[in-house]
Design a protein around this ligand. Structure first.
Ligand SMILES: C[S@@+](CC[C@H](N)C(=O)[O-])C[C@H]1O[C@@H](n2cnc3c(N)ncnc32)[C@H](O)[C@@H]1O
Length: 168
């Protein structure tokens, strides 16, 4: 098989990979995202934002612009590499390869961001409640485009939903 076909097959498999396990890759849009954070959760240098499924790392770059630190968790090896490359040299950002439902959050985590799929919403909130309990402090989740089915958001702005995740 010619090399180009191998490359195309590889790209299709990698792009389909997380679509099967969770959200497919679609990036958040910059002006909307910044507007929503300013309104719902103004980021600052005391924040550590964890992007659950960080794609190409653009949310982390936005957070870094406001002085916050950012950690991206990404399950798709292709996007993990792209995010690593796009954020290299930025001391505020690190990227980890793995599954958002299995990853332990760092102690200093203040806010989480997710642009996922609706079917994962409740599972994610349960996971974050267990993490908030383990860490011993409340967390804030900003979810884009996919509100959880049973939990009501504490605040919302356009397609962004803010959930306060309590320790109990
Ligand atoms: C809709 S994209 C959002 C990318 C980025 N957060 C943004 O808003 O621009 C969802 C990303 O989550 C990743 N993903 C899906 N399921 C995941 C999981 N269980 N753990 C980690 N990453 C996951 C996908 O590979 C994809 O890059």
């Amino acid at each position: 098989m010619p090399i180009i076909l191998w490359i195309i097959c590889g790209a299709v498999v990698l792009l389909g990979f997380t679509a099967f396990f969770g959200a497919p890759y679609v990036p958040s849009r910059n002006p909307e995202m910044e507007r929503a954070f300013k309104k719902l959760y103004p980021l600052g240098k005391n924040d550590l934002l964890v992007d659950l499924g960080c794609g190409n790392g653009k949310v982390l770059k936005m957070a870094s612009k406001f002085g916050a630190r950012g950690i991206g968790i990404e399950l798709n090896p292709l996007f993990f590499l792209i995010a690593k490359l796009r954020t290299r040299g930025d001391k505020n950002i690190s990227i980890k390869f793995g599954d958002m439902f299995r990853m332990k959050l760092p102690d200093e985590t203040t806010v989480l961001y997710v642009f996922g799929v609706e079917r994962d919403g409740e599972r994610l909130i349960s996971h974050l409640e267990a993490e908030a309990k383990r860490l011993g402090h409340n967390l804030t989740l900003i979810s884009y485009a996919t509100p959880a089915k049973k939990h009501r958001p504490d605040r919302e702005f356009e397609a962004y939903y803010l959930y306060r995740i309590k320790t109990q």
